[in-house]
Design a binder for this molecule. Sequence first.
Ligand SMILES: Cc1cc2nc3c(=O)[nH]c(=O)nc-3n(C[C@H](O)[C@H](O)[C@H](O)COP(=O)(O)OP(=O)(O)OC[C@H]3O[C@@H](n4cnc5c(N)ncnc54)[C@H](O)[C@@H]3O)c2cc1C
Length: 476
Amino acid sequence: MKRVVIIGGGIAGLATAYSLCTAETAGTGLEIIILEAKKRAGGHIQTETEDGFIVEGGPDCFISEKPWAMALCRKLGLGDKLLPTNDRLRKTYVLSRGRLHELPEGVILMIPTKIMPLALSTLISTKGKLRMLLEIFIPKRKDKSDESLGDFVRRRLGAEVLDKIAEPLVAGIHAADPDTMSVRSSFPKFVELEEQYGSLIRGMVRRMAQFKKHAAAKNTGSGKKMTMFVTLRDGMQELIDTLVEEIKNKGVKIRTDTAVKGIEKTKDRRLRLTLNKGRNILADAVVIAAPAHAASCLVEGLDKGLSQKLGEIAFTSTATVTMAFKKKDLRTPLTGFGFVVPRSEGRGIMASTWSSVKFDGRAPEDSVLIRCFVGGAKSGHLLDLNDKEMTDMVRGELRDILGITAEPLFTRIFRWMKAMPQYTIGHEERVAEIEAKTAENPGLFLTGSSYHGIGIPDSIHGGEITAKKILSLLSE
Ligand SMILES: Cc1cc2nc3c(=O)[nH]c(=O)nc-3n(C[C@H](O)[C@H](O)[C@H](O)COP(=O)(O)OP(=O)(O)OC[C@H]3O[C@@H](n4cnc5c(N)ncnc54)[C@H](O)[C@@H]3O)c2cc1C
Protein backbone atom coordinates (compact mmCIF):
# COMPACT_ATOMS: atom_id res chain seq x y z
CA MET A 1 0.00 0.00 0.00
CA LYS A 2 1.38 3.43 -0.97
CA ARG A 3 1.68 5.97 1.83
CA VAL A 4 1.00 9.71 1.51
CA VAL A 5 2.09 11.88 4.41
CA ILE A 6 0.68 15.39 4.69
CA ILE A 7 2.60 17.82 6.88
CA GLY A 8 0.22 20.37 8.40
CA GLY A 9 -3.40 19.91 9.37
CA GLY A 10 -4.65 23.36 8.37
CA ILE A 11 -7.45 23.68 5.82
CA ALA A 12 -5.01 23.07 2.92
CA GLY A 13 -3.71 19.80 4.39
CA LEU A 14 -7.21 18.62 5.34
CA ALA A 15 -8.60 19.50 1.89
CA THR A 16 -5.75 17.58 0.25
CA ALA A 17 -6.57 14.52 2.36
CA TYR A 18 -10.29 14.87 1.63
CA SER A 19 -9.68 15.06 -2.12
CA LEU A 20 -7.36 12.06 -1.96
CA CYS A 21 -9.70 9.83 -0.01
CA THR A 22 -12.82 10.77 -1.97
CA ALA A 23 -11.24 10.60 -5.44
CA GLU A 24 -12.65 7.97 -7.78
CA THR A 25 -9.22 6.39 -8.09
CA ALA A 26 -8.72 6.29 -4.32
CA GLY A 27 -9.78 2.66 -4.42
CA THR A 28 -6.20 1.80 -5.38
CA GLY A 29 -5.65 1.86 -1.62
CA LEU A 30 -3.65 4.69 -0.17
CA GLU A 31 -2.58 5.10 3.40
CA ILE A 32 -3.01 8.80 4.21
CA ILE A 33 -1.46 10.29 7.32
CA ILE A 34 -1.64 13.92 8.45
CA LEU A 35 1.06 15.12 10.84
CA GLU A 36 0.15 18.29 12.70
CA ALA A 37 2.55 20.08 15.04
CA LYS A 38 -0.15 21.62 17.24
CA LYS A 39 -2.56 19.87 19.60
CA ARG A 40 -5.46 20.49 17.21
CA ALA A 41 -6.09 20.44 13.47
CA GLY A 42 -7.40 23.53 11.69
CA GLY A 43 -4.38 25.83 11.58
CA HIS A 44 -5.58 29.43 11.54
CA ILE A 45 -9.21 28.40 11.58
CA GLN A 46 -10.23 28.37 15.22
CA THR A 47 -13.54 29.25 16.84
CA GLU A 48 -14.30 29.47 20.53
CA THR A 49 -17.67 29.78 22.17
CA GLU A 50 -18.22 31.62 25.43
CA ASP A 51 -21.56 32.36 27.19
CA GLY A 52 -23.55 32.50 23.96
CA PHE A 53 -20.81 34.33 22.02
CA ILE A 54 -19.04 32.84 18.98
CA VAL A 55 -15.48 34.16 18.81
CA GLU A 56 -13.40 33.63 15.69
CA GLY A 57 -9.67 33.59 16.41
CA GLY A 58 -8.61 33.61 12.75
CA PRO A 59 -10.80 33.79 9.63
CA ASP A 60 -14.43 34.73 10.25
CA CYS A 61 -15.73 34.05 6.73
CA PHE A 62 -14.76 33.28 3.15
CA ILE A 63 -15.51 34.77 -0.23
CA SER A 64 -18.33 32.99 -2.09
CA GLU A 65 -17.25 34.13 -5.55
CA LYS A 66 -14.35 31.66 -5.49
CA PRO A 67 -16.41 28.45 -5.49
CA TRP A 68 -14.17 25.93 -3.72
CA ALA A 69 -15.02 26.61 -0.07
CA MET A 70 -18.77 26.75 -0.74
CA ALA A 71 -18.51 23.54 -2.76
CA LEU A 72 -16.61 21.76 0.00
CA CYS A 73 -19.14 22.86 2.62
CA ARG A 74 -21.94 21.47 0.46
CA LYS A 75 -20.11 18.18 -0.13
CA LEU A 76 -19.70 17.86 3.63
CA GLY A 77 -23.43 18.38 4.17
CA LEU A 78 -22.95 21.88 5.58
CA GLY A 79 -24.99 23.60 2.85
CA ASP A 80 -27.79 24.44 5.31
CA LYS A 81 -25.31 25.85 7.77
CA LEU A 82 -23.93 28.49 5.38
CA LEU A 83 -24.65 31.90 6.85
CA PRO A 84 -24.67 35.07 4.72
CA THR A 85 -23.60 38.48 5.99
CA ASN A 86 -26.35 40.83 7.21
CA ASP A 87 -26.13 42.91 4.07
CA ARG A 88 -29.00 45.24 5.01
CA LEU A 89 -26.63 46.54 7.73
CA ARG A 90 -23.58 46.51 5.48
CA LYS A 91 -21.52 49.65 5.97
CA THR A 92 -17.79 50.03 6.39
CA TYR A 93 -16.17 53.06 7.95
CA VAL A 94 -12.72 54.54 7.53
CA LEU A 95 -11.00 56.49 10.28
CA SER A 96 -9.87 59.80 8.86
CA ARG A 97 -8.61 62.77 10.89
CA GLY A 98 -9.75 60.96 14.03
CA ARG A 99 -13.38 60.49 12.88
CA LEU A 100 -15.21 57.59 11.26
CA HIS A 101 -16.41 58.28 7.72
CA GLU A 102 -18.58 55.86 5.81
CA LEU A 103 -16.89 54.17 2.86
CA PRO A 104 -19.18 55.37 0.07
CA GLU A 105 -21.78 52.79 -0.95
CA GLY A 106 -20.77 51.07 -4.16
CA VAL A 107 -17.02 51.26 -3.51
CA ILE A 108 -15.93 47.66 -4.06
CA LEU A 109 -12.51 47.17 -2.50
CA MET A 110 -11.32 50.55 -3.73
CA ILE A 111 -13.21 50.90 -6.98
CA PRO A 112 -16.23 53.23 -7.10
CA THR A 113 -19.26 51.81 -8.92
CA LYS A 114 -21.88 54.42 -7.92
CA ILE A 115 -21.58 58.16 -8.52
CA MET A 116 -23.96 59.72 -5.97
CA PRO A 117 -22.67 58.06 -2.78
CA LEU A 118 -19.14 58.97 -3.85
CA ALA A 119 -20.13 62.57 -4.57
CA LEU A 120 -21.73 62.90 -1.11
CA SER A 121 -18.91 61.16 0.75
CA THR A 122 -17.07 63.03 3.53
CA LEU A 123 -14.14 60.62 3.32
CA ILE A 124 -12.50 61.79 0.10
CA SER A 125 -11.77 65.41 -0.86
CA THR A 126 -13.35 66.88 -4.00
CA LYS A 127 -9.97 66.76 -5.72
CA GLY A 128 -9.61 63.11 -4.69
CA LYS A 129 -13.09 62.24 -6.03
CA LEU A 130 -12.37 63.88 -9.39
CA ARG A 131 -9.06 62.03 -9.58
CA MET A 132 -10.87 58.77 -8.85
CA LEU A 133 -13.37 59.32 -11.65
CA LEU A 134 -10.59 60.23 -14.05
CA GLU A 135 -9.67 56.54 -13.88
CA ILE A 136 -12.06 55.81 -16.72
CA PHE A 137 -9.85 57.83 -19.09
CA ILE A 138 -6.44 56.59 -17.99
CA PRO A 139 -4.96 54.30 -20.65
CA LYS A 140 -3.91 50.84 -19.60
CA ARG A 141 -0.28 50.15 -18.78
CA LYS A 142 1.73 48.72 -21.66
CA ASP A 143 4.59 47.38 -19.53
CA LYS A 144 3.64 43.84 -18.51
CA SER A 145 6.13 43.52 -15.65
CA ASP A 146 4.91 43.18 -12.06
CA GLU A 147 3.97 46.37 -10.21
CA SER A 148 3.40 47.18 -6.54
CA LEU A 149 -0.19 47.62 -5.41
CA GLY A 150 0.77 51.09 -4.19
CA ASP A 151 2.02 52.19 -7.63
CA PHE A 152 -0.97 50.58 -9.33
CA VAL A 153 -3.52 52.43 -7.16
CA ARG A 154 -1.64 55.76 -7.39
CA ARG A 155 -1.50 55.38 -11.17
CA ARG A 156 -5.15 54.48 -11.68
CA LEU A 157 -7.11 56.02 -8.80
CA GLY A 158 -4.79 58.55 -7.16
CA ALA A 159 -2.76 58.91 -3.95
CA GLU A 160 -5.74 59.79 -1.74
CA VAL A 161 -7.49 56.49 -2.52
CA LEU A 162 -4.29 54.67 -1.67
CA ASP A 163 -3.99 56.43 1.69
CA LYS A 164 -7.62 56.37 2.76
CA ILE A 165 -9.01 53.20 1.19
CA ALA A 166 -6.53 50.82 -0.43
CA GLU A 167 -3.83 50.83 2.24
CA PRO A 168 -6.14 50.25 5.24
CA LEU A 169 -8.24 47.65 3.41
CA VAL A 170 -5.11 45.78 2.37
CA ALA A 171 -3.70 46.01 5.89
CA GLY A 172 -6.96 44.50 7.16
CA ILE A 173 -7.00 41.62 4.65
CA HIS A 174 -3.32 40.89 3.94
CA ALA A 175 -1.60 42.58 6.90
CA ALA A 176 0.68 43.92 4.16
CA ASP A 177 2.39 47.06 2.88
CA PRO A 178 0.95 48.08 -0.54
CA ASP A 179 4.31 49.47 -1.66
CA THR A 180 5.95 46.03 -1.52
CA MET A 181 2.94 43.92 -2.50
CA SER A 182 2.64 42.50 -5.99
CA VAL A 183 -0.64 43.67 -7.53
CA ARG A 184 -0.55 40.75 -9.95
CA SER A 185 -0.32 38.11 -7.19
CA SER A 186 -2.43 39.79 -4.52
CA PHE A 187 -5.19 41.32 -6.62
CA PRO A 188 -5.04 39.58 -10.01
CA LYS A 189 -8.62 40.75 -10.63
CA PHE A 190 -7.46 44.38 -10.78
CA VAL A 191 -4.86 43.61 -13.42
CA GLU A 192 -7.45 41.58 -15.32
CA LEU A 193 -10.00 44.42 -15.18
CA GLU A 194 -7.45 46.92 -16.48
CA GLU A 195 -6.38 44.49 -19.19
CA GLN A 196 -9.91 43.50 -20.29
CA TYR A 197 -11.88 46.74 -19.90
CA GLY A 198 -9.13 49.38 -19.92
CA SER A 199 -10.61 50.74 -16.68
CA LEU A 200 -11.24 49.35 -13.20
CA ILE A 201 -14.46 51.33 -12.81
CA ARG A 202 -15.93 50.22 -16.15
CA GLY A 203 -14.85 46.62 -15.50
CA MET A 204 -16.17 46.48 -11.95
CA VAL A 205 -19.58 47.89 -12.93
CA ARG A 206 -19.92 45.16 -15.59
CA ARG A 207 -18.68 42.42 -13.23
CA MET A 208 -21.09 43.51 -10.47
CA ALA A 209 -24.01 43.29 -12.88
CA GLN A 210 -22.92 39.76 -13.84
CA PHE A 211 -22.45 38.78 -10.16
CA LYS A 212 -25.96 40.01 -9.28
CA LYS A 213 -27.46 38.06 -12.18
CA HIS A 214 -25.54 34.94 -11.19
CA ALA A 215 -26.46 35.33 -7.49
CA ALA A 216 -30.12 35.87 -8.36
CA ALA A 217 -30.15 32.65 -10.41
CA LYS A 218 -28.50 30.73 -7.56
CA ASN A 219 -30.75 32.22 -4.88
CA THR A 220 -33.83 31.15 -6.76
CA GLY A 221 -32.52 27.60 -6.66
CA SER A 222 -31.63 27.31 -2.99
CA GLY A 223 -34.05 29.80 -1.47
CA LYS A 224 -31.15 31.26 0.49
CA LYS A 225 -29.63 34.65 -0.26
CA MET A 226 -26.00 34.44 -1.26
CA THR A 227 -23.69 37.27 -0.21
CA MET A 228 -20.13 38.05 -1.22
CA PHE A 229 -18.83 36.70 2.10
CA VAL A 230 -20.31 33.77 3.99
CA THR A 231 -19.55 31.86 7.16
CA LEU A 232 -20.98 28.87 9.01
CA ARG A 233 -23.73 29.20 11.60
CA ASP A 234 -21.65 27.81 14.48
CA GLY A 235 -18.39 29.38 13.30
CA MET A 236 -15.61 28.46 10.91
CA GLN A 237 -14.44 25.65 13.18
CA GLU A 238 -17.51 23.72 12.04
CA LEU A 239 -15.83 23.26 8.66
CA ILE A 240 -12.73 21.83 10.35
CA ASP A 241 -14.64 19.55 12.73
CA THR A 242 -16.80 18.13 9.95
CA LEU A 243 -13.87 17.69 7.60
CA VAL A 244 -11.78 15.93 10.26
CA GLU A 245 -14.64 13.57 11.11
CA GLU A 246 -15.31 12.81 7.45
CA ILE A 247 -11.70 12.00 6.55
CA LYS A 248 -11.18 9.97 9.71
CA ASN A 249 -14.24 7.92 8.74
CA LYS A 250 -12.58 7.32 5.40
CA GLY A 251 -9.45 5.98 7.06
CA VAL A 252 -7.19 9.05 7.15
CA LYS A 253 -4.99 9.07 10.26
CA ILE A 254 -4.45 12.43 11.93
CA ARG A 255 -1.59 12.67 14.39
CA THR A 256 -1.63 15.95 16.28
CA ASP A 257 1.19 17.17 18.53
CA THR A 258 3.55 15.71 15.91
CA ALA A 259 5.97 18.17 14.34
CA VAL A 260 8.09 17.16 11.37
CA LYS A 261 11.72 18.24 11.71
CA GLY A 262 13.20 17.30 8.34
CA ILE A 263 12.82 15.30 5.13
CA GLU A 264 15.43 13.18 3.34
CA LYS A 265 15.55 10.81 0.38
CA THR A 266 16.08 7.09 0.95
CA LYS A 267 18.06 4.80 -1.36
CA ASP A 268 14.85 3.24 -2.70
CA ARG A 269 13.57 6.72 -3.74
CA ARG A 270 11.10 7.12 -0.92
CA LEU A 271 11.09 10.02 1.52
CA ARG A 272 11.93 9.71 5.19
CA LEU A 273 10.49 12.24 7.64
CA THR A 274 12.11 12.89 11.00
CA LEU A 275 9.55 13.72 13.68
CA ASN A 276 9.79 15.31 17.09
CA LYS A 277 10.11 12.69 19.80
CA GLY A 278 12.93 11.16 17.69
CA ARG A 279 10.77 8.99 15.44
CA ASN A 280 10.86 8.49 11.65
CA ILE A 281 8.23 7.73 9.05
CA LEU A 282 8.63 6.66 5.40
CA ALA A 283 6.40 7.91 2.60
CA ASP A 284 5.89 7.48 -1.13
CA ALA A 285 4.58 11.03 -1.39
CA VAL A 286 4.91 13.96 1.00
CA VAL A 287 2.77 17.08 0.89
CA ILE A 288 4.09 20.05 2.81
CA ALA A 289 0.91 21.95 3.70
CA ALA A 290 2.74 24.04 6.30
CA PRO A 291 3.66 27.68 5.53
CA ALA A 292 6.63 28.37 3.22
CA HIS A 293 8.90 29.43 6.10
CA ALA A 294 8.30 26.05 7.78
CA ALA A 295 8.69 24.24 4.43
CA SER A 296 12.03 26.03 3.95
CA CYS A 297 13.39 24.46 7.17
CA LEU A 298 11.91 21.05 6.36
CA VAL A 299 13.65 20.70 2.98
CA GLU A 300 17.00 22.16 4.03
CA GLY A 301 18.70 18.76 4.03
CA LEU A 302 16.88 17.62 0.90
CA ASP A 303 17.36 20.56 -1.48
CA LYS A 304 19.28 23.68 -0.40
CA GLY A 305 18.16 25.72 -3.44
CA LEU A 306 14.50 24.98 -2.82
CA SER A 307 14.91 25.76 0.85
CA GLN A 308 16.47 29.12 0.03
CA LYS A 309 13.72 30.07 -2.46
CA LEU A 310 11.00 29.12 0.04
CA GLY A 311 12.73 31.28 2.63
CA GLU A 312 12.33 34.30 0.31
CA ILE A 313 8.57 34.39 0.90
CA ALA A 314 8.07 36.91 3.69
CA PHE A 315 5.43 36.69 6.42
CA THR A 316 3.89 39.15 8.85
CA SER A 317 2.41 38.51 12.27
CA THR A 318 -0.98 39.62 13.43
CA ALA A 319 -3.27 39.33 16.44
CA THR A 320 -7.02 39.44 16.76
CA VAL A 321 -8.42 40.92 19.95
CA THR A 322 -12.12 40.31 20.53
CA MET A 323 -14.12 42.10 23.20
CA ALA A 324 -17.73 41.65 24.25
CA PHE A 325 -19.86 44.46 25.66
CA LYS A 326 -23.43 44.95 26.79
CA LYS A 327 -25.34 46.99 24.20
CA LYS A 328 -26.54 49.37 26.90
CA ASP A 329 -22.92 50.27 27.69
CA LEU A 330 -22.29 51.64 24.19
CA ARG A 331 -22.82 55.35 23.69
CA THR A 332 -23.88 54.89 20.07
CA PRO A 333 -25.16 51.67 18.50
CA LEU A 334 -22.92 49.83 16.04
CA THR A 335 -24.35 50.45 12.59
CA GLY A 336 -22.18 48.57 10.13
CA PHE A 337 -19.62 45.82 9.74
CA GLY A 338 -16.73 47.81 11.24
CA PHE A 339 -13.95 50.19 10.27
CA VAL A 340 -10.44 50.28 8.87
CA VAL A 341 -7.61 52.55 9.96
CA PRO A 342 -5.18 54.18 7.51
CA ARG A 343 -1.56 54.04 8.66
CA SER A 344 -1.40 57.84 8.46
CA GLU A 345 -3.79 57.99 11.47
CA GLY A 346 -1.01 56.55 13.65
CA ARG A 347 -3.21 54.20 15.71
CA GLY A 348 -2.47 50.83 17.31
CA ILE A 349 -5.22 48.85 15.55
CA MET A 350 -5.46 48.21 11.81
CA ALA A 351 -9.16 47.44 11.62
CA SER A 352 -12.18 46.47 13.66
CA THR A 353 -14.98 44.10 12.71
CA TRP A 354 -18.33 44.39 14.45
CA SER A 355 -18.84 40.65 14.39
CA SER A 356 -22.31 40.62 15.96
CA VAL A 357 -23.62 43.00 13.28
CA LYS A 358 -21.85 41.32 10.38
CA PHE A 359 -23.30 37.87 11.18
CA ASP A 360 -26.33 36.68 13.13
CA GLY A 361 -25.84 34.61 16.24
CA ARG A 362 -22.41 35.90 17.23
CA ALA A 363 -23.62 37.41 20.52
CA PRO A 364 -26.69 37.26 22.79
CA GLU A 365 -29.42 39.82 21.93
CA ASP A 366 -28.37 42.31 24.63
CA SER A 367 -24.65 42.25 23.74
CA VAL A 368 -22.17 43.02 20.96
CA LEU A 369 -18.93 41.42 19.86
CA ILE A 370 -16.12 43.62 18.49
CA ARG A 371 -12.93 42.22 17.02
CA CYS A 372 -9.81 44.30 16.37
CA PHE A 373 -6.72 43.52 14.29
CA VAL A 374 -3.25 44.39 15.56
CA GLY A 375 0.19 44.04 13.92
CA GLY A 376 0.81 43.55 10.20
CA ALA A 377 3.62 44.76 7.96
CA LYS A 378 4.34 48.03 9.75
CA SER A 379 3.28 47.28 13.34
CA GLY A 380 4.59 43.77 13.99
CA HIS A 381 6.30 45.06 17.17
CA LEU A 382 2.86 45.39 18.81
CA LEU A 383 2.74 41.58 19.00
CA ASP A 384 5.38 41.93 21.73
CA LEU A 385 2.82 43.51 24.06
CA ASN A 386 1.74 41.15 26.80
CA ASP A 387 -1.96 40.35 27.16
CA LYS A 388 -2.64 43.14 29.63
CA GLU A 389 -0.79 45.74 27.57
CA MET A 390 -2.55 44.54 24.39
CA THR A 391 -5.97 44.69 26.10
CA ASP A 392 -5.27 48.18 27.47
CA MET A 393 -4.08 49.40 24.08
CA VAL A 394 -7.18 48.07 22.27
CA ARG A 395 -9.52 49.42 24.96
CA GLY A 396 -7.84 52.82 24.56
CA GLU A 397 -8.45 52.70 20.81
CA LEU A 398 -12.10 51.74 21.24
CA ARG A 399 -12.53 54.55 23.76
CA ASP A 400 -10.98 57.13 21.42
CA ILE A 401 -12.67 55.95 18.24
CA LEU A 402 -16.06 54.63 19.42
CA GLY A 403 -16.35 56.26 22.84
CA ILE A 404 -16.56 52.87 24.61
CA THR A 405 -15.44 53.27 28.21
CA ALA A 406 -17.20 50.21 29.70
CA GLU A 407 -15.26 47.22 30.98
CA PRO A 408 -15.54 44.38 28.41
CA LEU A 409 -17.51 41.31 29.52
CA PHE A 410 -14.49 39.32 28.34
CA THR A 411 -11.49 39.71 26.02
CA ARG A 412 -9.95 37.00 23.82
CA ILE A 413 -6.56 37.47 22.20
CA PHE A 414 -5.25 35.22 19.41
CA ARG A 415 -1.69 35.76 18.24
CA TRP A 416 -0.75 34.55 14.77
CA MET A 417 3.02 34.66 14.40
CA LYS A 418 4.46 34.65 10.84
CA ALA A 419 0.96 33.84 9.67
CA MET A 420 0.26 36.09 6.71
CA PRO A 421 2.29 35.31 3.56
CA GLN A 422 3.32 38.46 1.75
CA TYR A 423 2.95 38.24 -1.99
CA THR A 424 5.64 40.82 -2.68
CA ILE A 425 6.71 42.01 -6.15
CA GLY A 426 7.99 39.04 -8.17
CA HIS A 427 5.90 36.51 -6.19
CA GLU A 428 4.63 34.78 -9.33
CA GLU A 429 8.16 34.16 -10.66
CA ARG A 430 9.34 33.09 -7.19
CA VAL A 431 6.55 30.51 -6.95
CA ALA A 432 7.27 29.27 -10.47
CA GLU A 433 10.90 28.67 -9.45
CA ILE A 434 9.81 26.94 -6.24
CA GLU A 435 7.51 24.67 -8.22
CA ALA A 436 10.21 23.84 -10.77
CA LYS A 437 12.63 22.92 -7.97
CA THR A 438 9.96 20.91 -6.13
CA ALA A 439 9.35 18.90 -9.30
CA GLU A 440 13.03 17.87 -9.23
CA ASN A 441 12.26 16.00 -6.00
CA PRO A 442 9.88 13.19 -7.03
CA GLY A 443 7.19 12.53 -4.45
CA LEU A 444 7.43 16.01 -2.90
CA PHE A 445 4.50 18.46 -3.12
CA LEU A 446 3.82 21.91 -1.67
CA THR A 447 0.42 23.41 -1.02
CA GLY A 448 -1.25 26.05 1.17
CA SER A 449 -1.80 29.78 1.33
CA SER A 450 1.85 30.70 0.77
CA TYR A 451 1.67 30.27 -3.00
CA HIS A 452 -1.50 30.82 -5.05
CA GLY A 453 -3.93 32.84 -2.93
CA ILE A 454 -4.06 33.71 0.75
CA GLY A 455 -7.71 32.92 1.46
CA ILE A 456 -9.57 29.77 2.45
CA PRO A 457 -11.11 29.02 -0.99
CA ASP A 458 -7.68 29.16 -2.64
CA SER A 459 -6.17 26.95 0.06
CA ILE A 460 -8.89 24.36 -0.55
CA HIS A 461 -8.47 24.58 -4.30
CA GLY A 462 -4.69 24.16 -3.94
CA GLY A 463 -5.28 21.00 -1.90
CA GLU A 464 -7.57 19.61 -4.59
CA ILE A 465 -5.01 20.25 -7.32
CA THR A 466 -2.25 18.69 -5.22
CA ALA A 467 -4.34 15.56 -4.62
CA LYS A 468 -4.79 15.12 -8.39
CA LYS A 469 -1.03 15.39 -8.94
CA ILE A 470 -0.35 12.78 -6.25
CA LEU A 471 -2.88 10.34 -7.65
CA SER A 472 -1.38 10.75 -11.08
CA LEU A 473 2.16 10.11 -9.74
CA LEU A 474 1.19 7.09 -7.67
CA SER A 475 -0.78 5.47 -10.46
CA GLU A 476 2.25 5.56 -12.82
C1 LIG B 1 -6.06 36.50 11.66
C2 LIG B 1 -6.38 35.90 10.32
C3 LIG B 1 -7.59 36.18 9.72
C4 LIG B 1 -7.89 35.61 8.48
N1 LIG B 1 -9.12 35.86 7.93
C5 LIG B 1 -9.48 35.23 6.80
C6 LIG B 1 -10.82 35.32 6.30
O1 LIG B 1 -11.69 35.96 6.92
N2 LIG B 1 -11.14 34.64 5.16
C7 LIG B 1 -10.21 33.88 4.49
O2 LIG B 1 -10.54 33.28 3.46
N3 LIG B 1 -8.94 33.74 4.96
C8 LIG B 1 -8.57 34.39 6.08
N4 LIG B 1 -7.30 34.21 6.58
C9 LIG B 1 -6.37 33.35 5.84
C10 LIG B 1 -6.69 31.88 6.11
O3 LIG B 1 -6.65 31.66 7.49
C11 LIG B 1 -5.71 31.00 5.38
O4 LIG B 1 -5.91 31.13 3.99
C12 LIG B 1 -5.84 29.52 5.66
O5 LIG B 1 -6.26 29.24 6.95
C13 LIG B 1 -4.49 28.89 5.34
O6 LIG B 1 -4.57 27.52 5.54
P1 LIG B 1 -3.28 26.62 5.40
O7 LIG B 1 -3.71 25.24 5.64
O8 LIG B 1 -2.56 26.94 4.16
O9 LIG B 1 -2.28 27.11 6.57
P2 LIG B 1 -2.40 27.03 8.18
O10 LIG B 1 -3.77 27.31 8.64
O11 LIG B 1 -1.27 27.90 8.66
O12 LIG B 1 -2.03 25.54 8.50
C14 LIG B 1 -0.72 25.02 8.45
C15 LIG B 1 -0.56 23.99 9.55
O13 LIG B 1 0.75 23.43 9.45
C16 LIG B 1 1.19 23.14 10.76
N5 LIG B 1 2.66 22.99 10.74
C17 LIG B 1 3.59 23.96 10.54
N6 LIG B 1 4.82 23.43 10.59
C18 LIG B 1 4.67 22.09 10.83
C19 LIG B 1 5.59 21.02 11.00
N7 LIG B 1 6.91 21.21 10.92
N8 LIG B 1 5.09 19.79 11.24
C20 LIG B 1 3.76 19.58 11.32
N9 LIG B 1 2.84 20.57 11.18
C21 LIG B 1 3.30 21.81 10.93
C22 LIG B 1 0.70 24.33 11.56
O14 LIG B 1 0.67 24.04 12.94
C23 LIG B 1 -0.68 24.57 10.96
O15 LIG B 1 -1.69 23.89 11.65
C24 LIG B 1 -6.96 34.77 7.82
C25 LIG B 1 -5.73 34.50 8.43
C26 LIG B 1 -5.43 35.04 9.68
C27 LIG B 1 -4.12 34.72 10.35
